[in-house]
Design a protein around this ligand. Structure first.
Ligand code: HEC
Length: 161
Protein backbone atom coordinates (compact mmCIF):
# COMPACT_ATOMS: atom_id res chain seq x y z
CA UNK A 1 0.00 0.00 0.00
CA UNK A 2 2.65 2.47 1.06
CA UNK A 3 4.69 1.32 -1.94
CA UNK A 4 1.83 2.33 -4.18
CA UNK A 5 1.65 5.75 -2.53
CA UNK A 6 5.36 6.26 -3.02
CA UNK A 7 5.12 5.32 -6.68
CA UNK A 8 2.25 7.78 -7.03
CA UNK A 9 4.35 10.52 -5.49
CA UNK A 10 7.20 9.81 -7.88
CA UNK A 11 4.87 9.81 -10.86
CA UNK A 12 3.39 13.11 -9.67
CA UNK A 13 6.87 14.62 -9.45
CA UNK A 14 7.68 13.47 -12.99
CA UNK A 15 4.42 14.84 -14.39
CA UNK A 16 5.01 18.07 -12.48
CA UNK A 17 8.47 18.37 -14.04
CA UNK A 18 6.93 18.11 -17.52
CA UNK A 19 4.83 21.17 -16.75
CA UNK A 20 7.63 23.31 -15.33
CA UNK A 21 7.61 26.99 -16.29
CA UNK A 22 9.65 28.09 -19.31
CA UNK A 23 12.33 29.67 -17.11
CA UNK A 24 13.31 26.16 -15.98
CA UNK A 25 13.78 25.03 -19.54
CA UNK A 26 16.00 28.04 -20.16
CA UNK A 27 18.12 27.17 -17.15
CA UNK A 28 18.29 23.54 -18.21
CA UNK A 29 19.60 24.43 -21.68
CA UNK A 30 21.79 27.29 -20.43
CA UNK A 31 25.51 27.63 -19.87
CA UNK A 32 27.15 25.04 -17.67
CA UNK A 33 29.97 25.34 -15.19
CA UNK A 34 32.91 24.05 -17.26
CA UNK A 35 34.18 26.02 -20.27
CA UNK A 36 34.33 24.37 -23.68
CA UNK A 37 37.54 24.89 -25.69
CA UNK A 38 37.66 28.24 -27.48
CA UNK A 39 35.00 29.83 -25.26
CA UNK A 40 36.44 32.42 -22.90
CA UNK A 41 33.01 33.49 -21.70
CA UNK A 42 30.30 30.78 -21.83
CA UNK A 43 27.75 33.12 -20.29
CA UNK A 44 28.21 35.61 -23.16
CA UNK A 45 28.16 32.84 -25.77
CA UNK A 46 24.89 31.57 -24.32
CA UNK A 47 23.43 35.08 -24.31
CA UNK A 48 24.48 35.62 -27.92
CA UNK A 49 22.90 32.29 -28.85
CA UNK A 50 19.60 33.24 -27.23
CA UNK A 51 19.54 36.67 -28.90
CA UNK A 52 20.74 35.71 -32.38
CA UNK A 53 20.19 32.03 -33.05
CA UNK A 54 17.55 30.39 -30.89
CA UNK A 55 14.67 32.12 -32.71
CA UNK A 56 15.15 29.57 -35.49
CA UNK A 57 17.13 26.84 -33.74
CA UNK A 58 15.36 26.88 -30.34
CA UNK A 59 17.09 27.16 -27.00
CA UNK A 60 18.01 23.49 -26.97
CA UNK A 61 19.18 23.40 -30.61
CA UNK A 62 16.41 21.05 -31.74
CA UNK A 63 14.98 23.47 -34.34
CA UNK A 64 11.65 22.72 -36.02
CA UNK A 65 10.30 21.66 -39.41
CA UNK A 66 9.45 25.24 -40.32
CA UNK A 67 12.51 27.11 -39.03
CA UNK A 68 15.83 25.25 -38.93
CA UNK A 69 17.14 21.69 -38.87
CA UNK A 70 18.17 20.22 -35.53
CA UNK A 71 21.74 20.93 -34.47
CA UNK A 72 21.37 18.73 -31.41
CA UNK A 73 23.18 15.43 -31.84
CA UNK A 74 24.17 16.30 -35.43
CA UNK A 75 26.08 19.53 -35.86
CA UNK A 76 29.59 18.25 -35.00
CA UNK A 77 29.30 15.51 -37.66
CA UNK A 78 29.93 18.16 -40.32
CA UNK A 79 33.48 18.34 -38.93
CA UNK A 80 34.08 14.71 -39.98
CA UNK A 81 34.23 15.51 -43.69
CA UNK A 82 36.14 17.92 -45.97
CA UNK A 83 34.18 21.13 -46.51
CA UNK A 84 32.02 20.65 -43.42
CA UNK A 85 33.90 23.10 -41.24
CA UNK A 86 33.53 25.82 -43.88
CA UNK A 87 29.85 24.97 -44.41
CA UNK A 88 29.11 25.53 -40.70
CA UNK A 89 30.30 29.15 -40.91
CA UNK A 90 28.99 29.94 -44.39
CA UNK A 91 25.32 29.05 -43.75
CA UNK A 92 23.37 32.32 -43.96
CA UNK A 93 22.19 32.31 -40.32
CA UNK A 94 25.81 32.23 -39.15
CA UNK A 95 27.60 34.24 -41.86
CA UNK A 96 25.17 37.16 -41.83
CA UNK A 97 24.61 37.31 -38.06
CA UNK A 98 25.24 40.75 -36.51
CA UNK A 99 27.81 39.25 -34.09
CA UNK A 100 31.49 40.20 -34.37
CA UNK A 101 33.90 37.56 -35.69
CA UNK A 102 35.24 37.00 -32.17
CA UNK A 103 31.80 36.61 -30.58
CA UNK A 104 30.65 34.38 -33.43
CA UNK A 105 33.70 32.11 -33.01
CA UNK A 106 32.78 31.68 -29.35
CA UNK A 107 29.12 30.96 -30.14
CA UNK A 108 30.20 28.32 -32.70
CA UNK A 109 32.56 26.62 -30.22
CA UNK A 110 29.96 26.81 -27.48
CA UNK A 111 27.22 25.49 -29.77
CA UNK A 112 29.26 22.50 -31.02
CA UNK A 113 30.10 21.54 -27.47
CA UNK A 114 26.71 22.27 -25.94
CA UNK A 115 24.58 20.49 -28.54
CA UNK A 116 26.82 17.75 -29.92
CA UNK A 117 29.99 17.24 -27.94
CA UNK A 118 29.73 13.46 -28.35
CA UNK A 119 30.44 13.80 -32.09
CA UNK A 120 33.29 16.32 -31.86
CA UNK A 121 36.41 14.87 -33.52
CA UNK A 122 39.21 14.25 -31.01
CA UNK A 123 41.48 16.65 -32.91
CA UNK A 124 38.88 19.45 -33.01
CA UNK A 125 40.47 22.90 -33.26
CA UNK A 126 38.19 25.63 -31.91
CA UNK A 127 37.08 28.33 -34.35
CA UNK A 128 38.90 31.65 -34.07
CA UNK A 129 37.93 35.15 -35.20
CA UNK A 130 40.69 34.94 -37.84
CA UNK A 131 39.09 31.88 -39.43
CA UNK A 132 35.49 33.10 -39.14
CA UNK A 133 36.08 36.46 -40.89
CA UNK A 134 37.10 35.22 -44.36
CA UNK A 135 34.58 32.34 -44.32
CA UNK A 136 31.57 34.46 -43.44
CA UNK A 137 32.45 36.92 -46.19
CA UNK A 138 31.26 34.22 -48.66
CA UNK A 139 27.77 33.32 -47.36
CA UNK A 140 25.96 30.37 -48.95
CA UNK A 141 22.62 31.03 -50.55
CA UNK A 142 20.30 28.54 -52.26
CA UNK A 143 23.07 25.96 -52.49
CA UNK A 144 23.12 25.58 -48.67
CA UNK A 145 20.49 22.88 -48.50
CA UNK A 146 22.00 20.68 -51.23
CA UNK A 147 25.42 21.04 -49.66
CA UNK A 148 23.94 20.14 -46.28
CA UNK A 149 22.49 16.81 -47.47
CA UNK A 150 25.66 15.92 -49.34
CA UNK A 151 27.91 16.59 -46.33
CA UNK A 152 25.63 14.66 -43.98
CA UNK A 153 25.51 11.60 -46.24
CA UNK A 154 29.31 11.67 -46.57
CA UNK A 155 29.61 11.91 -42.78
CA UNK A 156 27.19 8.99 -42.34
CA UNK A 157 29.25 6.94 -44.79
CA UNK A 158 32.66 7.82 -43.34
CA UNK A 159 31.87 7.86 -39.62
CA UNK A 160 34.08 9.80 -37.21
CA UNK A 161 37.69 10.46 -38.27
C1 HEC B 1 16.37 32.83 -39.76
C2 HEC B 1 16.57 31.55 -39.15
C3 HEC B 1 17.97 31.21 -38.63
C4 HEC B 1 18.75 31.94 -37.75
C5 HEC B 1 18.44 33.26 -37.08
C6 HEC B 1 19.96 31.16 -37.56
N1 HEC B 1 19.90 30.01 -38.30
FE1 HEC B 1 21.28 28.54 -38.33
N2 HEC B 1 20.29 27.60 -39.83
C7 HEC B 1 19.04 27.96 -40.30
C8 HEC B 1 18.68 27.07 -41.41
C9 HEC B 1 17.38 27.12 -42.22
C10 HEC B 1 19.76 26.20 -41.59
C11 HEC B 1 19.92 25.07 -42.64
C12 HEC B 1 20.87 25.52 -43.73
C13 HEC B 1 20.22 26.54 -44.62
O1 HEC B 1 19.38 26.19 -45.44
O2 HEC B 1 20.53 27.74 -44.43
C14 HEC B 1 20.75 26.54 -40.56
C15 HEC B 1 21.95 25.89 -40.41
C16 HEC B 1 22.85 26.17 -39.40
C17 HEC B 1 24.09 25.46 -39.19
C18 HEC B 1 24.63 24.34 -40.05
C19 HEC B 1 24.23 23.00 -39.51
C20 HEC B 1 23.14 22.30 -40.27
O3 HEC B 1 22.56 21.35 -39.71
O4 HEC B 1 22.85 22.65 -41.43
C21 HEC B 1 24.70 26.00 -38.10
C22 HEC B 1 26.02 25.60 -37.48
C23 HEC B 1 23.84 27.06 -37.64
N3 HEC B 1 22.73 27.15 -38.45
C24 HEC B 1 24.12 27.85 -36.55
C25 HEC B 1 23.47 29.06 -36.30
C26 HEC B 1 23.95 30.05 -35.36
C27 HEC B 1 25.18 29.88 -34.49
C28 HEC B 1 23.08 31.10 -35.42
C29 HEC B 1 23.17 32.40 -34.70
C30 HEC B 1 24.40 33.16 -34.85
C31 HEC B 1 22.06 30.76 -36.41
N4 HEC B 1 22.34 29.52 -36.93
C32 HEC B 1 20.99 31.56 -36.75
C33 HEC B 1 18.26 28.99 -39.83
C34 HEC B 1 18.70 30.00 -38.97
Amino acid sequence: MSGRIRRGAVLGAVLGAAALPASWAIRAAGPVASSPAGVANPQLAWQNWTLNCQGCHRLDGTGSDTTAPSLAGTVAKFLWVPGGREYLVRVPGVATSPLSDADLAEVMNWMLWRFDKEHLPSDFRPFTAGEIGPLRSRPLRLEASGMRSELLSKAAASGPP
